[in-house]
Design a protein around this ligand. Structure first.
Ligand code: NAD
Length: 367
């Protein structure tokens, strides 16, 4: 198989620390899978503002377009907070997502058994939880026109437009059906079809698309109920698909089921299977450079890269098993150390937990 090209964008704050560790895991997993990777590195965010005068240099966007997958750390920090909105590091990330045409955002909520106590829910509700939220990323109310605030009859009136065209709904539905087909074959589409015409269309198009996926069992749920069910009985779900705004909210709710920001990976995919893989957390300037950051979210993002862009699900399974094994041995970065119940747990830093994942990967023990 031809070499696959990976662009690494460490970014700012803890980005370089967590990406450094995840890169080693990526390279180890590739060797074990017989995959040849061509890895290059670029700049994005604050570091790019400082050295190239813009948060998304043209070279970075070109290199990203030419790669099979991009692994990103995080961008931003207090050093750039006083810049105008359109010149800040986060602008570079938004530009990168748009420039790559990434319309499908995948946010898994995966609860590792050893961390079940870290959830805000009872551990029996979340132990073994494995759900995937598929959020439409480039349309809906966040991008709809007209938008803005204007003066009407001497008072300000704000307006946003919730708009989806059929093709936008169908392409995200297809991503979700494909994913559900590879998992347990259950897909729940979330809308507000009792109130919003745009989501009546959403429901209609998703239902029509289902005809091409007879092996997937489709259900529909209103977003208010979905929010309730996620905290009442989250294990009833497998894959959820929804629009941009509902997905934004529900994926954060689902995230908290699993305990810590430091454990949450994400993927954003475009039409060609190319993807951007990044932890959900930010650049955590408060702990940057102190060997305190939890690299597991970035390592789990690498697992998603193998599964979704490199078509190597076995490598993804091995990485997730290695993470599970390290947690089961009691190793914890400070963000996932549950005090009180801490028997057998040991607080470690970024590099030590990363080395432990690498060793677990090398010995290849299964979950
Ligand atoms: P943050 O996610 O960086 O940090 C929130 C809290 O969680 C902090 O206390 C931090 O120490 C902790 N934390 C985050 N990741 C952690 C990890 N891997 N291990 C241990 N603890 C971790 O959010 P914030 O403080 O709101 O934002 C900081 C900067 O990051 C801002 O400039 C913000 O704009 C940027 N940001 C970037 C992204 C991104 O690059 N995708 C996302 C969110 C925020």
């Amino acid at each position: 198989m031809a070499a696959r090209s990976i662009l690494i964008l460490p970014g700012d704050g803890i980005g370089p620390e967590v990406v450094g560790v995840a890169r080693q895991v990526m390279q180890r997993a590739a060797v074990d899978s017989g995959l040849e990777l061509k890895v290059s590195e670029g700049i994005l965010g604050g570091v790019a503002i400082d050295s190239a005068g813009t948060s998304l240099p043209e070279d970075t966007l070109e290199a990203a377009r030419a790669s099979d997958a991009v692994l990103l750390g995080a961008v931003g920090g207090p050093h750039w907070d006083d810049l105008p909105m359109d010149q800040r590091p986060e602008k570079g990330l938004l530009g990168l997502r748009a420039g790559l045409g990434l319309f499908a955002n995948l946010r898994p909520a995966l609860s590792f058994a050893p961390l079940a106590q870290a959830s805000s829910l009872k551990s029996e509700l979340v132990a073994g939880l494995d759900i995937l939220i598929v959020r439409e990323l480039t349309g809906g109310i966040y991008f709809g026109e007209p938008r803005g605030v204007e003066l009407i009859n001497n008072e300000r009136v704000g307006r946003n437009t919730y708009v989806y065209a059929e093709h936008e709904i169908e392409r995200i539905a297809r991503v979700a059906f494909e994913l559900a087909g590879k998992r347990t074959g259950r897909l729940c589409s979330v809308d507000k079809a009792n109130v919003l015409e745009v989501t009546q269309l959403w429901r209609e198009v998703v239902t029509r698309t289902a005809q091409d996926y007879p092996d997937v069992e489709l259900s529909h749920m209103y977003v208010d109920n979905a929010g309730m069910q996620l905290v009442r009985a989250p294990k009833q779900f497998d894959v959820l698909v929804t629009g941009n705004m509902f997905g934004d909210i529900l994926s954060d709710v689902a995230a908290m089921l699993t305990g810590s920001l430091g454990m949450l990976p994400s993927a954003s995919l475009g039409a060609t299977g190319q993807g951007l893989f990044e932890p959900v957390h930010g650049s955590a300037p408060d702990i940057a450079g102190q060997d305190k950051a939890n690299p597991l979210a970035t390592i789990l993002s690498v697992a998603m890269m193998f599964r979704y862009s490199l078509e190597c699900g076995a490598a993804a399974d091995r990485i997730e098993a290695a993470v599970d094994q390290v947690l089961a041995r009691g190793l914890r970065t400070s963000d996932i150390l549950t005090r009180g119940a801490a028997t057998g747990m040991r607080e470690v830093g970024t590099s030590e937990i990363g080395d432990a994942v690498l060793r677990a990967l090398e010995t290849g023990d299964e979950r």
